[in-house]
Design a protein around this ligand. Structure first.
Ligand code: ZN
Length: 279
């Protein structure tokens, strides 16, 4: 196992001893939706959940490491550890409760230095991951396989920072032989799957249809102030229908055109504001 010299070591047990080895090929960035210190993140994973990351970065840039980088951590769904023994190293970062705020300058400096170390120490290539299992750098919502049921982590402001500042800064600071910066692809919401989920209202029919894109749409509706955060639950139920209908009315639709079932134009308008495309 490897411990980054720039972090305060706070080893999480029993995970650190019990979880299998990985060969790290990716660095995935998260926002933890809480303004926590590294110590508070440690307590959270020790006491509350098993979805730990390797690292935790506070607002002041202070970095803690909880798991060695050659041991699996559990924050990245299918990327935690793959069948070939490769896996992702993950970093949680302090954020506001809605994880809508940008990284601080101190966080950007810390994440840049960590990215350089991941490149130099573990050979993570200086590129944005092109697929879910491609070696490189990324952020949690970049690929659906990196989450269990869809995620909006990190928020739009940090995705923009990743594309425009953080990743280019890692490449520049790592020197050597940087590859051209590839713009990170935007996640896509499949309109047909979303409509199928929207039409299977659990209040009217049996088991609801689940679709990962529902979460992205709900988070956009929350950001628009149309849906209470507690109602963004991944199911396109009556609250989501009502919120989406309000979005349609904002765009000037009315009557049956504002029924809360997404159409391509209204969904594209929402995605353009909130970081997804429509497939
Ligand atoms: Zn995350």
């Amino acid at each position: 196992m490897a411990w980054y010299p720039g972090a305060t070591k706070r080893e999480l047990q029993p995970e650190s001893d019990n979880q299998p080895a990985i060969r790290p090929t990716q660095l995935i960035l998260h926002s933890i939706a809480a303004p926590w210190s590294g110590e508070r993140m440690y307590e959270y994973w020790r006491d509350s959940t098993n979805l730990e990351s390797h690292f935790g970065c506070a607002y002041d840039g202070g970095l803690f490491q909880f798991i060695g980088t050659q041991t699996r951590a559990d924050a990245n769904a299918s990327a935690n550890r793959r069948a070939d023994g490769t896996g992702a190293v993950s970093v949680e970062t302090a954020s506001n409760l809605q994880h809508t705020d940008p990284w601080t300058e101190a966080q950007l400096d810390t994440l840049t230095a960590l990215g350089v170390w991941m490149h130099q120490h573990h050979g993570v290539p200086l590129r944005v991951c092109r697929t879910w299992d491609d070696p490189g750098f990324g952020y949690h919502r970049l690929f659906a396989k990196w989450s269990v049921d869809g995620t909006a982590c990190p928020g739009d402001a940090r995705v923009r920072q990743f594309d425009q500042r953080l990743f280019p800064a890692i490449v520049a600071a790592a020197g050597g032989d940087p590859v051209p910066v590839i713009p990170a692809p935007r996640p896509a919401v499949d309109l047909a799957e979303l409509v199928a989920a929207a039409r299977s209202d659990p209040a009217r029919k049996g088991a609801p249809v689940t679709y990962v894109g529902t979460r992205m749409v709900e988070n956009a509706l929350v950001a628009e102030g149309l849906l209470a955060p507690s109602l963004a639950d991944g199911h396109y139920g009556t609250a989501t229908v009502r919120a989406y209908a309000e979005w349609q009315r904002r765009l000037g639709y009315n009557g049956s055109d504002a029924d809360g079932i997404p159409g391509r134009r209204s969904l594209s308008r929402l995605g353009a504001k909130h970081g997804f495309t429509v497939a």
